[in-house]
Ligand binder design. Structure first.
Ligand SMILES: C[S@@+](CC[C@H](N)C(=O)[O-])C[C@H]1O[C@@H](n2cnc3c(N)ncnc32)[C@H](O)[C@@H]1O
Length: 250
């Protein structure tokens, strides 16, 4: 209950795309990083290099935390964060120390509406960092599905999920449940901003978590490897993996 109360008290103003400038003051990375201790890092400890993508990286604090956590299990981790907000990405890049520069990078990208740029950026990254590998080992996507859904509709949400599943062998996703949509809508209203234009057209609503699970399992041929737990804000953190027989063509 305390966590829900905190979530309701999260009032940093309205941000149409979830591009909150001070997000980590409200939602520090440590709570979510704690869900990965132990088995998750061990599972990836023999992947070299371990190639990771973080979609909707904001100012990169959680991305950096994941990078450090995974690096403690093995020495060669490379990670790219992408976010549609250029100002947040600039902050993320400014905060990288020289020591991390060659292994951690951030780029401005709308993963849904800039599909061509996205595919070029990701393949170039894999060519240079992963010696031509076709996919990332892990794609992370925390607290971003709702923003894509609200701004790009049901088709946009499905395109995000397909992007994650196509570009990575494993996907870790923290989707927002429907009650967060109502909070986001209320914040826009309080800030006297226009409502999300696609809100009324959304077909997937209180069943959005089931729909996300259905897309990964039935359309993208993945399986749920592990439910890693719930974050402080009561959002599930789910680890999906391609079935060993899945035939993936990019
Ligand atoms: C609420 S923040 C979550 C940040 C981070 N993933 C975390 O959980 O700590 C959502 C982020 O997703 C980004 N975002 C929203 N829609 C996006 C899109 N279509 N492409 C890329 N980034 C997007 C926003 O700019 C924002 O920084």
């Amino acid at each position: 209950m305390e966590a829900e109360k905190k979530n309701d008290e999260f009032e940093p103003g309205a941000a149409q795309f979830g591009n909150f400038i001070n997000y980590y003051e409200f939602n520090p990375p440590k709570n979510r990083l704690a869900l990965f201790e132990g088995k998750f890092c061990e599972y990836f400890s023999s992947h070299r290099p371990l190639l990771c993508l973080d979609v909707g990286c904001n100012t990169g604090e959680l991305t950096k935390g994941l990078y450090k956590m995974l690096s403690s299990g093995q020495s060669d981790v490379r990670m790219m964060g992408v976010d549609l907000d250029a100002q947040l990405v600039q902050r993320a890049n400014e905060a990288i120390s020289n020591e991390l520069e060659s292994r951690l990078q951030f780029h401005t990208l709308n993963v849904v509406s800039e599909a061509e740029e996205r595919d070029q950026l990701l393949s170039r990254y894999l060519e240079t960092q992963g010696s031509g590998r076709k996919r990332f080992d892990i794609a992370f996507c925390f607290s971003t599905t709702m923003w894509v859904h609200l701004n790009h509709g049901d088709a946009g949400l499905e395109s995000l999920l397909a992007c994650l599943a196509t570009w990575a062998d494993n996907v870790v996703v923290e989707p927002q449940p429907w009650k967060c949509y109502r909070n986001a809508t209320r914040r826009l209203r309080r800030a006297h901003r226009p409502p999300f234009p696609l809100f009324d057209s959304l077909v997937y609503r209180s069943n959005v978590l089931d729909h996300i699970d259905d897309v990964f399992r039935n359309r993208m041929d993945m399986e749920l490897q592990e439910h890693l737990g719930h974050s402080e804000w009561q959002r599930p953190v789910l680890w999906y993996r391609h079935k060993p027989t899945a035939n993936l063509a990019i």
